[in-house]
Design a protein. Structure first.
Length: 183
């Protein structure tokens, strides 16, 4: 069964999500990658305002390609999440509700997901041209000088995701390996 969820519901519904669940997510998410995470962390350390409120937010680790005529955004597939692992525990402790990306996460990130009752979603890698069809609006809100890695505010509708790590410690990466090895 596929669960339709709005971003605003994530803080409440995350305890009901389990690793392996399929989700269609709708609402506002923010793109952010390595360089933007570094700048956001520097702003937080200085006590200065950040581009968006981390509390209850969803970060999509993506660097969309240029927008073609008649489209809201170019190809917008996930990037490898592990590159943001050094920043993620702090962001989660500040209320981040979810992250969207691809690939495994480090133990400190998994611990922060559990501690904060958050969730890590995986999007299908290599399908950025299809993913962009679920993005209904796109606005650069910070660090425009970073080009494709600028922070963008996206409005998504029925964006297909899989719960990769849930707030109970369920993890499709470790559990999937165990299941595969038993076969």
């Amino acid at each position: 069964m596929i669960k339709k969820i709005n971003v605003q519901q994530l803080k409440t519904l995350s305890p009901e999500l389990c690793a392996g669940d399929k989700v269609l997510l709708s609402g506002t998410v923010f793109t952010s990658r390595d360089a933007a995470h570094k700048r956001i962390t520097e702003l937080l350390e200085k006590g200065e305002p950040v581009p968006y409120d981390l509390d209850g937010s969803v970060i999509y680790y993506a660097g969309p390609t240029g927008t073609k005529e008649g489209m809201v955004i170019g190809s917008c597939g996930p990037t490898t999440s592990g590159r943001m692992d050094k920043f993620s525990p702090d962001f989660l402790d500040r209320g981040l509700a979810a992250m969207i990306g691809k690939g495994e996460r480090s133990q400190p990130v998994i611990d922060a997901i559990i501690r904060n009752k958050a969730v890590y979603f995986c999007a299908v890698g290599g399908a950025g041209a299809l993913a962009c069809k679920c993005i209904k609006s796109c606005e650069v809100i910070a660090f425009e000088d970073l080009g494709c890695e600028s922070v963008k505010k996206l409005y998504i509708e029925d964006f297909p995701l899989t719960v990769a790590i849930d707030c109970h410690g369920g993890n499709i990466f470790s559990e999937g390996r165990k299941m595969y090895c038993r076969l």
